[in-house]
Structure formats: C-alpha cells, structure tokens
Design a protein around this ligand. Structure first.
Ligand code: ADP
Ligand code: ZN
Length: 294
C-alpha cells in the first residue's frame, strides 16, 4: 500500500509517501502560498507518486469532526487566504482515495504513539513550542476532538514580575503562546531565540512559563508522558529547567511513578522532526481501514 501523507504547516507543506510500517519512501517540500497555487501542486505530486489513501495533519483550527459537512475545512486561521478553505475535500476529490485529517499537533502525538517513544501508552500530551504553541492530546488511545480539538496553547498563565516583555497574543492578555512562543521570546529580547543561548534569564523565564502550562495539563489530562517538540525546544538546556519547575509547582502533590521519574516523563520528541509526517501516515492507514470496513 502507498500511503500519501501531508503535514500542512503555515509556512511549508511536507508531503511524503509511506508504507504500512511507517517507512518513508519519498518526500517533497513546498512553501505554503495561497490554496490556488499550493493545492494543485500538491495534488499533482501525489498523482505522480500514485497513492491508495491520504492522511493530513494540518495547521488549524481545522474541522476534524468525523461526519461533519465541513470535515477537513480550515477554519478561522490568521492565514487569510486559507480561511474557510476545504483542504481535505479538495484533495480527496482530486485524488479519489480515502482520507483522514487531524490537527498538526494531534498528528505529531499520533506519530509518537505509533512509531516513537510513546508506543504502548494511551494518554499522551505532545506540545510544540515554535512559531506558536499547540498541544496534541490522546486520552484512552484516542486523539481528543470534542467540540473542535485542543487549543491548549492559549491557556492563561501568570506573567512574571521580572519579565521585561509582553504577551504578544492578539486575543489574550497573558496566555501561554503569547508569553512563551518563539516570536514572543524574540520580541521580549530583540534577538533571534537561537542567539540568546548564553543569557540564563531568557531560559529561566521561558522554562517557568512552559512549566506553568505543563502543570495545568498534568493536573487535568493526567498524561503518562509529555513530549516537547518545536523549534524553541532545540534549546536543550530548557529540559532540566522545565522539569525542576514542574516539580516545584506540583510541590509534592502528585507522587506517581511518572512524576517521580521526571527525566523520563518530560522528554524531547523522538522521531527527528518526522513525528508530524509519520502521524499523517498513520491517519492515512486509518482512513484506508475505515473505508474498507464500510
Ligand atoms: P513552526 O512552529 O513554524 O512549525 P518551528 O517549530 O521551527 O516552526 O518554530 C520556529 C520558531 O522557533 C522560530 O520563530 C524561532 O523563534 C524558534 N526557533 C527555531 N530554532 C530555534 C533554536 N535553535 N533555538 C531557539 N529557538 C528556535
Ligand atoms: Zn492567546
């Protein structure tokens, strides 16, 4: 079986062909321009490759509700050209194969649970900290959808008094993404995040905000593992700082084996930045199986 996989991002599209074992057989990248430019190019690549099914992990918000009339539509994105665009339907009709969509971060969570370090677990949180902050969440083996899909990047956190910057989220005064995304670090300090490695206050503030978000997710979702990905998490010095802050904020309240072994509980992504595209492959496999069962 040839599985078409698309990781649709706000700046670039990653396309791949995978097999049932999660092996990537071919791969292509293209910039995210307008739907009129980008979607026909993606369709022709998949047509040339020949696919039996399609899985899409997309930037959002995106309609992921199975059975919805607008399933696979991009909703109120700040990327105006893509707002209300029927991404999945357009691609599926052109390609004539079964297809399934989820949010980009739910896709990454699924990739880690299927092919990565979270294999065998059923309740997992995947957080990306990059241009934005997004959380993919699986509970009891199922990716969380509900009324939409989690938008946990916008939970409210407490701003530190020594923070020289401001929340940059246009919608909220003190949210996680507005205070801790890559662009918010860069606005606060006036430099690219990767140029700030030697300034300890940068990472102390950043780790504090990430820990605040994580404590809320730990206490509500009860994940068995927390995986942190995205560009900002390439700053590996953040991991011990975040773990220490989480323990400090929990303050002994939780004594689970996971929390007591925090180094193996809060971990970096394990799939070399392929977690999203591998999750899309798994979505493609599920689309194929679900079509065969109907
Ligand atoms: P996206 O979120 O757009 O998919 P990334 O996860 O790579 O892409 O996030 C990009 C953001 O991450 C940039 O805005 C930058 O602030 C930050 N970033 C990228 N690389 C690094 C790095 N090595 N160290 C710290 N921050 C980084
Ligand atoms: Zn916000």
């Amino acid at each position: 079986m040839r599985i078409g996989a698309l990781e649709a991002g706000g700046t670039k599209m990653v396309l791949a062909i995978g097999n049932e074992h999660g092996e990537i057989l071919a791969r292509e990248k293209m910039p995210t321009l307008t739907p009129e430019e980008t979607v026909p190019a993606m369709i022709s690549w998949f047509k040339e490759q020949g696919i039996d099914t399609l899985g899409v992990a997309s930037f959002g918000p995106v309609d992921v509700k199975l059975g919805s009339a607008t399933y696979g539509r991009i909703l109120m994105t700040p990327k105006l050209a893509w707002r209300q665009y029927d991404l999945l339907k357009t691609m599926q009709e052109a390609l004539g194969v079964p297809a399934k969509v989820d949010s980009d971060v739910n896709g990454s969570c699924l990739g880690e649970m299927t092919y990565g370090q979270a294999k065998g677990l059923d309740t997992v949180l995947y957080l990306t900290i990059g241009t934005g902050i997004g959380a993919g969440i699986a509970v009891g083996g199922k990716l969380v959808h509900g009324m939409l899909h989690p938008e946990a990047g916008h939970v409210l956190i407490t701003k530190r008094e020594d923070d020289p910057g401001n929340c940059i989220c246009p919608s909220h005064d003190h949210c996680f993404e507005g205070l801790a995304s890559g662009p918010s670090i860069e606005k606060r300090w006036g430099k690219k995040a990767h140029e700030l490695k030697e300034n300890p206050l940068v990472w102390e503030i950043e780790a504090d905000y990430i820990a605040q978000g994580l404590v809320d997710f730990i206490l509500t979702v009860s994940p068995q593992m927390i995986i942190l990905g995205g560009g900002v998490m390439h700053q590996e010095q953040l991991f011990p700082l975040i773990r220490a802050k989480v323990v400090e904020y929990l303050n002994g309240y939780l004594q689970t084996p996971e929390i007591l072994d925090i180094d193996h509980y809060i971990v970096p992504a394990s799939l070399d930045d392929d977690q999203g595209i591998l999750g899309a492959i798994k979505l493609g496999i599920e689309a194929y199986e679900e079509a065969a069962n109907h």
